[in-house]
Design a binder for this molecule. Structure first.
Ligand code: ADP
Ligand code: 5GP
Length: 209
């Protein structure tokens, strides 16, 4: 079949508060073949977050046990909590042709490159320091102490921008979404994602007219 293609990896990184969840939510709503990689975390659930939907919430002991078993494709300590990507779930989704979206931090993205070098690695940037602060406060989910930690981390994360294949500034939401959508769609058109496409079309020609 000419429409058959392999699942692709889309990694979206950004300083916390930039708008990753907002943009990934839109992409997931529009592309039914795209699934979210549900991470494990030791962070406490925020209001409205469900276990097994937004994250798999774990105790520190549970998390470290999984890490020691090699269950994570990557893991990192972010803002004082552990986060990790369960490898088996991702591999299953990719093998069945589903695209997988990762909302992970910069340290995790560089580890993930070893497992998925062909992935699309996107860094989303805030338009300015003041706007990032405004968004973090406006979200109303974090204490001032947590916000200060996240602002400190933002500079470190942006300092590793060269590790990414795509940079998108989330100033205007529509423009940022259009950029992200373009990267994703262009990714699906790469020959590596559709190894049998051309042969399938050529086979359909048959002999003669
Ligand atoms: P992240 O997942 O990166 O931590 P969120 O998606 O939770 O960030 O966004 C943080 C806050 O910024 C939310 O209140 C969201 O509605 C808002 N936001 C996201 N994108 C924009 C944008 N382009 N312009 C203004 N506000 C935005
Ligand atoms: P939050 O606590 O705001 O949900 O996430 C904090 C940071 O952890 C974000 O930058 C988010 O992308 C990152 N994160 C979430 N899941 C994972 C994961 O599985 N691995 C890594 N390395 N980072 C993650």
């Amino acid at each position: 079949m000419t429409s058959e293609r392999l699942g692709q990896v889309l990694v979206l990184c950004a300083p916390s508060g930039t708008g990753k969840s907002t943009l990934s939510g839109r992409l997931l709503a529009v592309f039914p073949n795209l699934s979210f990689s549900i991470s494990c975390t030791t962070r406490a659930p925020r209001a409205g977050e469900e276990d097994g939907v937004h994250y798999h919430f774990k105790t520190q002991e549970e998390f470290l046990g999984l890490k020691d078993q090699g269950a994570f494709a990557e893991w990192a300590e972010v803002h004082g909590n552990f986060y990790g990507t369960p490898r088996a779930a991702v591999e299953q989704m990719l093998a069945s042709g589903r695209d997988v979206l990762f909302d992970i931090d910069v340290q995790g993205a560089s580890q993930l490159k070893y497992s998925f070098p062909q992935g699309l690695y996107v860094l989303l940037l805030p338009p300015s320091r003041d706007e990032l602060l405004r968004r973090l406060r406006g979200r109303g989910t974090d204490s001032e102490e947590t916000i200060a930690k996240r602002m400190g981390n933002a500079l470190k994360e942006m300092g590793r921008a060269a590790e990414f294949g795509y940079w998108i500034v989330n100033d205007d939401l529509e423009r940022a979404y259009a950029g992200l959508r373009s990267v994703f769609v262009a990714g699906t058109l790469r020959p590596a994602c559709r190894p049998n496409l051309v042969q399938g079309i050529m086979d359909g020609f048959g002999p003669g007219l």
